[in-house]
Design a protein around this ligand. Sequence first.
Ligand code: SF4
Length: 209
Amino acid sequence: MRNRTNWPEAMRPLLKKYQGKKHPLEFENLYQLIVVVVLSARSTDAYINSIAPKLFAVFPNMESLAAVQPEALFPYLAGITNFANKAKWLTAIAARVKTDKQIPLSLEKLIELPGIGRKSANVILRGAGKKPEGVIVDVHVLRVAPRLGIVKEMDAGPMEERLMKVLPPDEWEAGMAMSFLGREICMPKPKCDSCLMNKVCLYYSRLKK
Ligand code: SF4
């Protein structure tokens, strides 16, 4: 299926559907975006949205985070997976970046910061309105992309590499589009009959046999 499907063409309806749709994480500026993205790894976006306002009331910018030790963040991170390391990463990022104005906006520079891998960097660049430098591969994309048949790879790194080869750069937003599809339709128990990708989907074609 992967070889027979023209994926750049097949992806267009999905890209159109989710074009410009805001990430479920809530943020008002680049500083807040970085913080919520770092906090959200292996935690739900809804939970991060619920705790972040209290954190931002006390720590409104990089300068305020740079001035404290990780432990100062602990009272605001209750219930977050891996919160102690995340507090350490956030204060280390702030110590390095120093001010909001100096937050880097390239994939290469972002992944040099503690706690930020390619997925997070891709999400940050998208949230900042920058051109994609890679394809977002999150937990939803890890499920959706192999089901569609656009990739066979099951791990994030090789999967992103494959997606960047199969799709042209102006379609790299497909990562977030697949993520939205995974949140709304292609959930662990997929709603294939109401999915706009079912005509090209490998999983669906197998279901129909
Ligand atoms: S057709 Fe089904 S398995 Fe395929 S992408 Fe849509 S919901 Fe997922």
